[in-house]
Design a protein around this ligand. Structure first.
Ligand code: CO8
Length: 263
């Protein structure tokens, strides 16, 4: 369960319905080693199946969200072993299986795989201390966990090309202006608190509606406009079969607060 203890993660429930996962490998600036990623997958899977948890916040330390994949672990990897065991593939688990909203709260370095992990958040928040970047080119490689795709979708081709081809960092304010993050907070503490507050607000809605809302927004990244709009409409139609649509609209009509059934 989410109560399990981990070597590289701290897990807590700061507010009812909110799971907080903190990456905790300070000696290596939260570099994402294989054991760390395995723990993260296990942890997110546990939170996913925990019915009392409705939204998840993922953060690092004040100094680093994560300084990338573990370079020391990767440096001697061969093509055949990377390809053979589909290195990094387990990462896609994080984003594809997770049905609950994930908010990433970024302070300090979010580089390489760290930037990629940050961008896997449904909502990305950061503080003024945040430094994003895809510096892989400096190491003789390229982003490998979705960076070229998610960064381009988030900030546009020209800016993503500049970041990926130069390896230059993107500072917090720029990330805010470009829409890489939804909000830039003054301090790391405010960033984490802000993410928890948003998660708490989301956790206050019907879980079934939240799940549908997340699903249709994500579809916009996969489908063309016509198919996307139709997909949204079908899910919207489907929600008339839920109890919570009746509860929500009924409460509005009766000027009462909705008490969600999650059905
Ligand atoms: N991997 C392994 N160890 C790291 C990493 C890393 N990515 N980043 C930092 N560390 C270690 C350092 O080696 C150092 O360890 P030690 O004390 O044993 O020497 C310790 O963390 C502290 O780091 P620094 O002394 O360098 O701290 P500074 O404050 O001087 O510098 C920086 C901070 C600028 C963040 C610097 O550490 C740095 O440049 N790090 C590497 C950043 C980077 O290149 N990241 C991209 C990695 S490649 C990648 O992510 C590919 C993605 C592919 C998919 C990902 C799937 C997981």
């Amino acid at each position: 369960s989410s109560e399990k203890t981990y070597q590289h993660l701290l897990v807590s429930t700061p507010k009812p319905g909110v799971g907080l996962v903190q990456i905790n490998r300070p000696k290596a600036l939260n570099a994402l080693s294989t054991p760390l990623i395995a723990e993260l997958n296990t942890c997110l899977r546990a939170l996913q199946s925990e019915t009392s948890i409705s939204a998840i916040v993922l953060t690092g330390s004040e100094k680093a969200f994560a300084a990338g994949a573990d370079i020391k672990e990767m440096k001697d990897l061969t093509f055949s072993s990377a390809y053979g065991r589909d290195f990094i593939e387990s990462w896609s688990d994080l984003i594809t299986f997770l049905k609950k909203p994930l908010i990433t709260a970024v302070n300090g370095y979010a580089l390489g795989g760290g930037c990629e992990l940050a961008m896997m958040g449904d909502i990305v928040y950061c503080s003024k201390t945040a430094v994003f970047g895809q510096p892989e080119i400096k190491l003789g490689t390229i982003p490998g966990a979705g960076g070229s795709q998610r960064l381009t979708k988030a900030i546009g081709k020209s800016r993503a090309m500049e970041a990926i081809l130069t390896g230059d960092n993107i500072k917090a304010q720029q990330a805010g202006e470009w829409g890489l993050v939804a909000r830039v907070f003054e301090t790391p503490q405010e960033c984490v608190d802000g993410a928890i507050k948003t998660a708490e607000k989301i956790a206050g809605y019907s879980q079934i509606t939240v799940k549908a809302a997340k699903e249709v927004v994500n579809k916009s990244l996969e489908l063309g406009l016509r198919d996307g709009v139709e997909y949204e409409r079908r899910v919207f139609h489907g929600l008339f079969g839920s109890k919570d649509q009746k509860i929500g609209m009924g409460a509005f009509t009766e000027k009462k607060k909705a008490e969600w059934s999650n059905e």
